[in-house]
Design a binder for this molecule. Structure first.
Ligand code: NDP
Ligand code: 2IT
Length: 445
């Protein structure tokens, strides 16, 4: 890197102790070096220095009372990263590992992902170190209400529109939406991932997983391949994983393994998704329960070794850095031909370098998992129109968006002489639109 090395060095120095954030920024700036060379006017306008700095970062106290009447305190975050092309948009994550580094890496990636969708949404992310595991329904509700009691003043349908992420699904969005409405006294599309009877979009729940498979299908088609007859391993068993597994199965593949943070199940006859949904969506239990539904399946404690199961296609759909160099080597040695990232930044930088060198298809998160936020933007459109589309209408739009993202990321890679490199292609295609917009809007003196 010639032009952008200093931008990266300064960023790392200025944001100490934020490894996930450094990882995300390093990857993006490395891919953008040829763009900086081609656009000296963007360098002169400080676009690169500005895009890595969040427009606004909000950190707040969330206090709530547990079932034993004990006062508990968590930390809430909302990073409003970039609003050049639309209101800040991105999920809220509830997980004990949440800290500023994680929210910033997610918010930063969201800028480019949202731009890739072709829809008018800026980038943002939020969350808390609250651990939903083992909490009662009442505790979840009181936490979500308290979280929104602070967050409401920073968001709005034209300002910042949060949604779900790890630990946040329709239940949590419901509690947050109720509290927003109570405080503001307005019924507005301020959150997405809402329940269908109160302004949610059909197919939003399925969108990230379905979108991942639509993206992979387009990329496989370009290589005269498809899901038909393939063996697939999906990590995670949450929202993204379940609907990725469902669409992969519908497209003719056999999903043989899924996981949670405790371990993984291997079912050589093909995962029974109704059983997974019952365990995870209805009962909110651990994946090891699966073996009581399927006697021929096995459960292994520890989630990392899921990548030792031979497969044609691997879809990491759990969390960041879940697929490291060793896992990448094992997958490829076992014959894996394609990896599609459903989670955000699930592969380490070393794993990505190895996978790309091997020449197999690698679909990066920013492009491949953009279907969730794209459908959130469709939910915003429907809310603005006070109207709703059918499942089939939303699903068809989602499919078109994912195919377009594949086309645009491939074209950008080719334009810059890196044909087939979807990491560079997605970063460049996502960046260009935001850069043009920031440039056009000028710098405030
Ligand atoms: P869920 O909370 O529904 O599911 C998360 C799954 O990942 C669970 O199986 C969980 O296991 C597992 N998991 C979470 N954290 C860890 C960890 N530290 N180590 C191992 N496993 C873990 O979340 P989603 O399915 O919504 O999100 C999954 C990924 O997809 C995340 O990276 C998220 O950012 C990304 N994503 C989500 C979108 C969405 O629309 N929801 C859109 C685009 C990306 P356990 O139950 O044991 O915690
Ligand atoms: O990472 C993501 O894109 C999401 N969690 C979805 C965000 C959204 O606003 O739907």
């Amino acid at each position: 890197m010639k032009i952008l090395q200093k931008v990266l060095d300064d960023c790392i120095k200025r944001n100490p102790g934020e490894p996930e954030f450094h990882q995300a920024v390093t990857e993006v700036l490395e891919s953008l070096e040829p763009v900086a060379q081609k656009h000296p006017e963007w360098v002169a306008a400080g676009i690169f220095d500005r895009i890595i700095e969040p427009e606004r970062q909000i950190i707040f106290r969330v206090s709530w009372v547990d079932d034993n009447n004990v006062v508990r305190v968590n930390r809430g975050f909302r990073v409003q990263y970039n609003s050049a092309i639309g209101p800040y948009k991105g999920g809220i994550r509830l997980h004990p590992s949440v800290n500023l580094s994680i929210i910033k890496f997610l918010g930063f990636e969201q800028i480019f992902k949202n731009s890739l969708t072709g829809l008018p949404i800026g980038g943002g992310k939020g969350g808390s170190d609250f651990d939903p595991k083992g909490k009662s329904e009442g505790e979840i509700m009181r936490f979500c209400q308290s979280f929104m009691t602070e967050l409401y003043r920073h968001i709005g349908e034209n300002t910042d529109v949060p949604a779900g992420d790890i630990g946040v699904g329709a239940r949590e969005i419901g509690y947050m939406y109720g509290q927003y409405k109570r405080i503001r006294n307005e019924f507005t599309g301020v959150l997405t991932g809402k329940g269908i009877p109160w302004g949610g979009s059909l197919a939003r729940k399925e969108a990230t997983g379905f979108g991942l498979c639509y993206f992979m299908n387009a990329a496989l088609r370009d290589r005269n391949e498809s899901f038909e007859g393939k063996t697939v391993v999906v990590s995670g068993s949450g929202n993204v994983a379940i609907y990725a597994a469902s669409k992969a199965t519908e497209l003719g593949a056999k999903v043989v393994a899924m996981s949670d943070s405790n371990g993984y199940v291997y079912d050589p006859e093909g995962i029974d998704l109704d059983a997974i949904k019952q365990i995870k969506e209805v009962e909110r239990k651990r994946i090891k329960e699966y073996i009581s539904y399927r006697p021929n399946a096995t459960y292994t404690e520890g989630c990392k070794n899921i990548w030792t199961i031979p497969c044609d296609i691997a879809l990491p759909c759990a969390t960041q850095n879940e697929l490291d160099l060793d896992s990448a080597k094992t997958l490829i040695a076992n014959g894996c031909k394609a990896i599609g990232e459903g989670a955000n930044m699930p592969s380490t930088a070393e794993a990505i370098a190895y996978i790309q060198e091997s020449g197999i298809l690698f679909a990066p998160a920013k492009a491949a998992n953009a279907g969730g936020v794209a459908t959130s933007a469709l939910e915003m459109s429907q809310n603005s129109m006070r109207y709703s589309w059918t499942f089939e209408e939303v699903d068809a739009k989602l499919k078109g968006i994912m195919e377009n993202i594949y086309k645009n990321a491939s074209a950008a890679a080719k334009n810059y002489g890196m044909e087939g490199n979807l990491v560079a292609g997605a970063n460049i295609a996502g960046f260009e639109k935001v850069a043009q917009s920031m440039y056009a809007q000028g710098v405030a003196y």
